[in-house]
Design a protein around this ligand. Structure first.
Ligand code: ATP
Length: 236
């Protein structure tokens, strides 16, 4: 289980996160909803050890402290991030991109089995293994990015706005894929603007407003909450 306790982050004098506490269990999908600039990306980056600002508080995984470790060590311990904008290598093939994700020692010995698991999750990638990544559609590139993170055999998979720029059909496919990741027993921490579809697959959610968690609940209850509907689901 991932446990974030009283996490703070600041860029110079500018606070970006204040006292954020949350948990993500094995096989649980947790969504973070928040407006632009609320601090969502900073939260994922702070957990991953790649936040450029000053970070305080504690991040634990399975009772062990992650805070203070390098970003590589955090991946090694089982937390993978799919960053906003995907960050895949366009000139490499799909398979080469996926194999790059298998760099942590925890994943190397099971590389072939992990690759098979990822290709099972994304059958489209199995068909397109030899294709140069930049020639894939946006949705397929997002699958490559998620697949690459999955190649590190994570216990927790974090995704920063994975549905950004995808067509409604590809969005639907993406969220179905994330539900399959959950079925593998992996905990998913998802930052999303697409509140409707993310709440539909999530177990729980947190509302992050202006650097702070202001509300937490089960996903089905959040979806029915009038304040959430007004702020995130387009209700008037
Ligand atoms: P969005 O949905 O627009 O991506 P967000 O909720 O992910 O927003 P963050 O990107 O975490 O928000 O940004 C939170 C605040 O921190 C913003 O005011 C932003 O300008 C600031 N910020 C983020 N990264 C940096 C940085 N590297 N240096 C300085 N300020 C930053």
């Amino acid at each position: 289980m991932l446990e974030v306790r009283n996490l703070t982050a600041a860029y110079g004098q500018h606070p970006a996160l204040k006292d954020v506490s949350l948990t993500v269990g094995a096989g649980e999908i947790v969504v973070i909803l928040g407006a632009n600039g609320a601090g969502k990306s900073t939260l994922l980056r702070a957990i991953s050890g790649i936040c450029e600002g000053k970070v305080g508080g504690e991040v634990m995984l399975g009772g062990q402290l992650l805070s203070g470790h390098s970003s590589d060590e955090i991946v090694e311990r089982g937390v993978a991030l799919v960053p906003e904008g995907r960050g895949i290598f366009g000139d490499l093939t799909v398979k080469e991109n996926l194999l790059l994700g298998a760099y942590p020692a925890r994943a190397r010995s099971d590389e072939a089995a992990n690759l098979d698991r990822v290709l099972g999750l994304f059958p489209k990638l199995r068909e397109r293994q030899g294709q140069v990544a930049r020639t894939m559609s946006g949705g397929e590139q997002q699958m490559v990015a998620i697949g690459r993170a999955m190649m590190s055999a994570p216990d927790i998979l974090m995704l920063d706005e994975p549905s950004l720029g995808l067509s409604p059909l590809l969005c639907k496919e993406l969220f179905q894929n994330l539900a399959h990741v959950k079925d593998l027993g992996i905990g998913v921490l998802l930052v999303e603007q697409n509140a409707k579809q993310s709440l539909a697959i999530a177990d729980r959610g947190y509302l992050l407003e202006n650097t702070q968690i202001v509300h937490e609940d089960k996903a089905d209850r959040l979806a029915k909450d009038p304040a959430v509907q007004k702020a995130y689901l387009g209700a008037t």
